[in-house]
Design a protein around this ligand. Sequence first.
Ligand code: CTP
Length: 397
Amino acid sequence: MWAGRHVVVGVTGGIASYKTCHLVRRLVEAGALVDVVMTPAATEFVRPLVFEALSGRPVLTSLWEPGRALAHVRLGQQADLIIVAPATADFLARIAHGLADDFLSAVMLARTVPALLAPAMNDDMFAAASTQANLARLAGQGYALVGPERGSLAEGPSDRPGRMSEPETIWHHAARCLSRGSSLRGRQVVVTAGPTREHLDPVRLITNSSSGKMGFRIAQAAWHRGADVLLITGPSTEPPPIGVTVERIVTTAELDQAVRRALPSADVLVMAAAPADYRPTGSTDRKRPRTEGTLMVAFEPTDDILAGTRALRKPAAITVGFALETGGAVERATAKLERKGLDLIVANDALEPGAGFEVDTNHVIIIEAGGARIDVPMASKAVVAEAILDRIEARLG
Ligand code: CTP
């Protein structure tokens, strides 16, 4: 996504600018070409030399340096994205009113490309009526905003917004700003992830070793592409994806209910969850002592969620299933694609090292209704998620 993209990172005079160093490093590592533009006040906090070393390019600080005539227009119109982090109250006021008395504000006035602002300031300055009016005005001018968040400020702890979002959060919002041409933009995407649990008694349960990683990566990548994403997940220790609404469930029956609620408005359903296929026919509400001896448990199959909810899908919705098999993956997955009425099924082999549950990588074969097959070589689950979304977008048209 970032390789070859040209990103302008504007830095204004706030203490949070130390975090912007991490953001620049993250963008450069991801393959972006980064031009850092600093206001005169910003250079009082972090020396331009730091950003020059991180970006590998000269830092722009003044309209008046030789050879920089019209550079503000070029940057504002030819970059793929402009991020301003931190954006101080003073800077927001100036650009909200079209002032252009330094290099960065001139870039903003000339800009025709997407821009993301990460405000950072004292909590009272953020709450001030003039700052709120300026932010509303900037949103109306097409600026995207991230934060500020609650938490400690330079002057001490606060439970009110003011603190700049973390570089990782800004990075995810920036990725979403880049997605303007995606056919997922504005679409409702529902992703399920993780295992489900079926209890035998209050402390004992049957589950599987799904970690949720694949579904969480798909949810995050779909949000980057501009979708509104609902992630319905069983127990998982993965951190919640940025920007995504997360609904937590425990049992296969709860997952079924959550999918039923979400389906009528879903443009895409990606069923990456590994629901327990069996549940005990009965469970007790007290912990059974071991001294009671041999425990005989009968299990019954759970409902097939994908097959059982077909009638609730929107007519043009794209439905994606997963098939984790131990041998014969393509044949078994193709049969499931037909049985469950899917557009795509993602097949993988649980026995292949580096693929399947719990690991950070996967090797999958995407099988499409109509017979097309795409072998996605072993890669991180984030990369595999992009390959799956590419196929979903191709079918959405
Ligand atoms: N799935 C589902 N409802 C279930 C079990 C699975 O909707 N009760 C979904 C999974 O989320 C996955 C797809 O169906 O997207 C295939 O899951 P899998 O467990 O391989 O399918 P089963 O129909 O349970 O087949 P098997 O008999 O091989 O277990």
